[in-house]
Design a binder for this molecule. Sequence first.
Ligand SMILES: *[C@@H]1O[C@H](CO)[C@@H](O)[C@H](O)[C@H]1NC(C)=O
Ligand SMILES: *[C@@H]1O[C@H](CO)[C@@H](O)[C@H](O)[C@H]1NC(C)=O
Ligand SMILES: *[C@@H]1O[C@H](CO)[C@@H](O)[C@H](O)[C@H]1NC(C)=O
Length: 374
Amino acid sequence: MWGLSPRAGMPLLLLLAPPLLIALQLLALGSRLPAGARSWWGAAAGGPRDRAVVSSVISIDPHPRGARGARSHPPPRPGALEEMREKMRDAARAYEDENEWQERQMGPRALEVQLWASDKPSFTAELSRIIAYIARPQLNCSRVYSPGQAHAIQPPAASAHWLLCAENWLLPASDRPCVAYSFRMDGGDADFLRTVSRLGCEVHSFDPSNSNASGGSPGNSLASNHSDEVGVSQHKMWLDWRTRKRRRHKTRGNLVSASQTLADIMAALGHHTVHFLYADLLSAEWRVFQNWIEAGTLQNVHHLVATIHLQWAGFEVGGNSEEVLRYWFSVLRGLQASGLKLVHSYAGEGHSVLKQTVTDAHSSYTLTWVNTRH
Ligand SMILES: *[C@@H]1O[C@H](CO)[C@@H](O)[C@H](O)[C@H]1NC(C)=O
Ligand SMILES: *[C@@H]1O[C@H](CO)[C@@H](O)[C@H](O)[C@H]1NC(C)=O
Ligand SMILES: *[C@@H]1O[C@H](CO)[C@@H](O)[C@H](O)[C@H]1NC(C)=O
């Protein structure tokens, strides 16, 4: 774990947002957020009556106990996270203008914070609600693609990490282009890449630690198109949840532009729709999902496979455990409100939720949704 350099102060805090950010002091940030963001944080932290109270300092440990083993296998390439952290540190040093970032991007809808699960905040009630929600698929697919299967099969495929709903009305027409994106750092998405390649998709793989991507060029990693032997275009790029102001976009180095919102990546690659999207964002998923909900990006995502991590609050998420659980639940409901229906849920290893050991929940889940609204 590394701390923030005191020298860099606030600008650093704002800049370190890309997913491998290690510590963020919300307390300090609170006074700097625009009014909308402040009230959102206030609402998330303490309910509408408590807006002024921004949650306490959160200190983010990238490897909470149990977290390492809890991700689905294979484990990250040794040193990948360390390397990434080192790079982010360099990026932060090189990048000191906090004004370059917008705090948040509000799109057509704001994330609606759900009511508490019971009369008053309760860890057990909040946890039961979110786990019950995760466990209950909202759509039964009659045929599915699952990892390692060349053809669609009939469910159940309960033990599958993920599955893609193979209903004809949910698949891209065979005479139309198909696009698939995968965000993952440890190569654990190989099955997904194979499956979507077989479906005839143009496949893009995003991994900020992949030194092979972008042909090794230090430039914008979306501009170049380095394909590996199976035709997957590899990009040294990661997902961000905030939009960078375009004005000074070009003046900064590669490291900072190594993270962009999904909407910006799609625009840069000329894709209106992503038919299949896979993401293991190492706890950045909550704020990234919020960005997709608020920016309306999900309208153009048809199938989503994503791992959610419950061991700790996640990047840039603050509050006590009850508040965090309620925020997570609100995000999942926001995905549903955007048209996504849960079709599959796979429980990862470990039983640690927000650093507490719980028997009837897991530290991570890989969830599959399908967008029924396109
Ligand atoms: C899916 O199938 C299961 C088992 O048959 C059933 O219990 C469940 O209600 C179904 N879900 C939906 C959303 O139709
Ligand atoms: C990079 O390329 C080398 C040689 O082509 C290969 O052995 C290695 O697995 C690649 N690394 C990644 C992360 O793709
Ligand atoms: C990148 O390369 C792949 C495979 O060669 C190709 O299908 C795709 O159209 C290319 N994309 C761009 C943006 O050039």
